[in-house]
Each structure stands twice: as C-alpha cells, then as structure tokens.
Design a binder for this molecule. Structure first.
Ligand SMILES: O=C(O)CCC(=O)C(=O)O
Ligand SMILES: [Fe+2]
Length: 221
C-alpha cells in the first residue's frame, strides 16, 4: 500500500485515508519555500533554547497557545486547513512539539525503537529540513494501527502505570513477528506533512554524522 497523497488533497480525503490506513504522506504540503524557511528558523530557535531533555538533540514543547515570539509557527498551527483536518478526525489540539535532531551516537530515546505511542494521538508532523536516508527519517508500517490499537487498549487494562506500558513490539512482543528494521522511511523535501494515528508502528531512524533534521508536530487527542 502506498501512503502518498497529493499536496492538493482535501482535509476530508486526508482524514479518511488516515482512518483507513493509519498514515498519509503529503510531499511539499507546505509549498511556500519562504514560509518553510521561516518556520525552520523559528523551530531551531525554540528547540535550541529549550531545556527539555531529548536524547536525539533539542526539543521544545508548547501548549495550544504558541508564544508570540514564534509568529510563523503560531500562524501555521492555527491555519484553517490544519484545524479542519483535526476537527474532521474528531480530535482536540493539545500542543506542539518541535525537535532538532543531530545526535548520531546513542543511547537512543524511546522513539528510536519501533513503537506505538503509549498515549494515543493524531499527529500532524512536518519536515522543516529535507529528509533523506541519512537525516533520521520517520519510518512507519502502514495498516498496523488497528492491530496496535487493540494491543494498546489491552496494555492499559493490564496496568495504569504509564512507565509499565509495553509499546515496542520487536522488544516486548517478539511473537508478533515484527523486527526492529521493519518499516519504510518517509523521505521528502522540507514542507512534507505526515499525518498519522500513533497506533501505527513507527520510529525515528538515527541521524548520520554532520546531518540534522528539524520537525514540527502537533499532538491532537
Ligand atoms: O521523530 C520521529 O521521527 C518519530 C517521532 C515519534 O515517535 C512520534 O512523534 O510519536
Ligand atoms: Fe511515537
């Protein structure tokens, strides 16, 4: 199954595709190069100034109200098309998470292992730098969200302790037959949007030496 949709896809088409397959990729969804470069500059400033701990590099977390010192990011997350996607998915915006990955030698953060998120979310994920095989591409396995929605639900019935939830199938559930190297990378230019249900198995691959990656994602629950 191919996860690519055209950058002109309508919010309803995007949401229906993600509900069915768990993930959709829209190359160059943010087609305006100047917009993307302003977003990248603000995102790097936000991540690099933040004290948030992130083993792959720097990360910043905002709630739904983005500080006025990041006007381009604030404008993006409030854009009508993005709000429409979240609304059609019947989710509520919870916050924005910005990461600047540049660390290429472990130990890795948990998102460096094939996983589903312990807390379910619907994410809009934007590459703000071009991402090839060497830049720590986001990797995923399409059509896995239904299987792992069931498993996540079962895990939360077993324990209510977030730290005890098992969410890395190759490590925690080897009998299911998933390997750490499974999953296809999303490669694309800066401005690419990935829309995904976090029950889809996914991970971040390691950034190679002298390369970096900048990502802005909104979390909606
Ligand atoms: O940064 C990545 O490529 C993976 C991120 C991730 O696991 C997530 O956003 O849930
Ligand atoms: Fe994740």
């Amino acid at each position: 199954m191919n996860w690519n949709l055209p950058a002109t896809a309508k919010p309803v088409e995007i949401v229906e595709f993600v509900q069915e397959h768990g993930i959709a990729v829209l190359n160059s969804y943010l087609g305006d190069k100047q917009l993307v470069s302003m977003l990248r500059r603000e995102a790097i400033r936000a991540a690099d100034q933040s004290k948030h701990e992130y083993k792959f590099g720097h990360a910043a977390r905002f709630g739904t109200d983005i500080p006025i010192s990041y006007p381009t990011i604030k404008h993006l997350v409030n854009r009508a098309d993005l709000r429409e996607i979240v609304k059609l998915a019947k989710k509520t915006p919870e916050g924005t998470f910005i990461t600047h990955e540049f660390v290429h030698d472990g130990p890795w953060d948990r998102n460096g292992f094939l996983h589903f998120d312990r807390l379910h979310a619907f994410k809009l994920f934007f590459y703000l730098t071009p991402v090839d095989e060497n830049c720590g591409p986001f990797c995923a396995i399409i059509d896995t969200h239904k299987e792992f929605r069931a498993l996540r639900t079962k895990e939360w019935q077993r324990t209510s302790d977030y730290d005890k939830i098992r969410n890395r199938p190759p490590i925690d559930f080897p009998d299911l037959g998933y390997a750490e190297s499974d999953g296809n990378p999303v490669l694309g230019p800066a401005g690419t949007m990935i829309v995904f249900d976090t029950d889809t198995l996914h991970k971040c691959r390691v950034v190679k030496e002298h390369r970096h990656r900048v990502v802005l994602r909104t979390h909606n629950r």
